[in-house]
Design a protein around this ligand. Sequence first.
Ligand code: ADP
Ligand code: MG
Length: 608
Amino acid sequence: MPDVIQLLSDHIANQIAAGEVIQRPASAVKELMENAIDAGASEIQLIIKDAGKELVQVVDNGSGMTPTDARMSFERHATSKIRDINDLFSIRTMGFRGEALASIAAVAQVEMKTKKTDADTGTRLVIEGTEVINQEPCATNTGTSIMVKNLFYNVPARRHFLKSNTTEFRHIVDEFTRIALAHPHIAFKLWHNGAEQFHLEAGNLKTRIKGLLGNSYEKNLVPVEEKTDFLNITGFIGKPEAATRTRGMQFFFINDRFIRNAYLHHAVVQAYEGLIEKEAFPFYVLFLEADPARVDVNVHPTKQEVKFEDDRMMYAYLNAAVKHGLAKYNIAPSLDFTLNAEIQQLSSVQLPQTATQKEQTEKGYLYNNFSGKNQAHFIDKKDGLKQWKDLYEIANKQAANTHQENIVSIPSTLHSDNASDNGQGILSVHGSMLMTTVKSGLMLIHIRRAQERIWYERLLSQWNNGNTPSQQMLFPASYELSPQDAILLHEALPDLSRIGFDISPFGQHTFVVQGVPTGLPQGEEKNVLDEVVDQLKHESPDAIAKRSEILLAQMAKRLSRNKEAIHHKEGQEALIDELFACTQPEYTPSGKRVFTLITHDDMDRMLG
Ligand code: ADP
Ligand code: MG
C-alpha cells in the first residue's frame, strides 16, 4: 500500500490561510491600514483602483522596516508584535498573528517600498504568489508603501467570486470608515481611480465623525463618557431623531478594534426604548476600553468578534452609560437603575484593580452607581426594607378594615404586642418557620407558604385593578419553546403582560423576556414560564378564567422563594401582619396549610 500523506508546500498553505484572512479587496485594506497604524504612522493614504481589484495601496509615514524585516514580514507567522503566548493577553496592536502579509503575497502581486527613519536608503521588494521576484535598495520616503495588485490573480475561482465594483468599493469604504473613526488623531486620505474621496485631517472624534459622515451629524451628537474600574465607555450617540431605518451607522470599538456584537447593540437600543421606533437604529460610535486581559480578541481570524470575560457586565455598563448620556442631555426623562445588586454579583466586578485604575475612575458616574460595592448593597437593602414597610402598612390598614368581617378568629387570638413586650418576640426556626406566642398558645408559621398566600392575594388584587408593577430586566432573556408550547405561550401573552411580564415574540418559537413582575427573583422568569406553559398544557384551552388563576398561583409560588426579607424582625412582623390581612390566610392557593396553632392544652398534653 502506498503512503498517501504529504506536507503542503508553503505556497499552498499560504493560499489556504489567505482564504481566511483575505476574502476581498476590503480585507487587504483592513490589514494594510492596521499595519500602518501599528507602525505608528501619523498619516495614512489609501489608493484604490477598480474597487481594489486592480490595486490596493497603502502609504504610511510609520516606522518603516529594515531590509531583513521587509523580507521577513512576508513569511507566515512572522510578526514583531508578540513573542510568547502571554503577550496575547496584553495585546494593544491591531495585528499579532503575522499572517496578513504572507496571505496577501500568496494571492496577489505585491510591491513594497520601505525605509526606517535613520536609514539612508530604503528597500524595494517584489513578490508574486509567495515567490520573491526582486529585492533591491531604493530611494523612498520614511515609512512603508505596499501595493497589492490584481488580487486573486492566481485563484480564478476567488476572483470570479468578487462582487460588482460598487459593492466591493462599499466594503472598502466601510473598512476605511471604521479605521478612521477609531484613530481620529491620524490623518487619512482615500483615492479611488485617481479621485480623492476622503481627506481627513488629524483631529478629535467629533471632527472625525463630521469628516466621515457629514457636517449635519454634529447637531445630533450626544457625548457619552463613563469611566469605571472595569471599563471606560466614551464616544457619541445620536439623538433619537437621528435614528434611521437602516443599520450602518453603529460602531463599537473595543480597545480601538471595531467589533460587531448583537448583544451589545441590544444594550444600546434598549436604552432608547420609548424614544425611537422599534424598527429604528440609533446612531452610535462607542469606544469600550477594557484591560486587554479581559477581552479575548483571538477568537476570529478577522477579529470582528471578540469575547469578553463577562458579557453581562459589558451589557449592563453600556446600557447604563447610554441611558445616562441621554438623561444628561434631557433626552430621556429619568434614570432607572433597578438591579444594581445584580451587577455586584458578576465575577468581573469582584476582581482586584490597580491603584491607578481605581484613582482614575472614582469620580465617574458609573463608579458611584455600580462600583461602590457597599453602596450598591446598601441601596439594595434599603429598597428591600422599604418594600416590607409598605407591606406592613398595607397589612395594618387592611387588617383594620377587615377585622370584623374576617372569617377566622385569628386576629383576636394573635397578640404580637404581648409577645414583643415579654421579649419573646418572633423566633425564626431554621429560616423556614416562624414561631410566635399568641394568646391561646404558640403559632408555627410556614414562611414560604405564608409568602405564597400573601403574594397570591396581592397579585390578585393588582390583577383586578389592572395594575401590576413590572421591572425591566437588566439582561433581557431569550426563551425558546417547542412550536406547540410557543402557541400556548403566545395565547397567554396578554395575561402575562397583565401580571407584569414584558414578553415579545422573537423569531419562530422564541420570545424575549424584557420585563418581569416586580419582586420576581433574578433567573426565575424561565422557571415561572416553564411552569405556566406546563400547567396550561393540562387545562382545557378555553378556560380563560382558570388561566389567570394558574398564572397568579404560579407567580405567587415563585415570588415566595425570596427569603431575604424575613431575616429582619420588621420583615417577620410584617409577614405575619400581612398574612392575617389576607382573606384566606390558613391555606396556600394550592391548598397547603400555612400555619398551625399549638394551644396551651396541647402543650400541657405533650408534657404530660
Ligand atoms: P502582524 O501585523 O500580525 O504582525 P503582518 O503580516 O500584518 O502580521 O505583518 C508582519 C510584520 O511586518 C509586522 O509584525 C510588522 O513588524 C511588519 N510590518 C507590516 N506592515 C508594516 C508597516 N506598514 N510598517 C512597518 N512594519 C510593518
Ligand atoms: Mg498586520
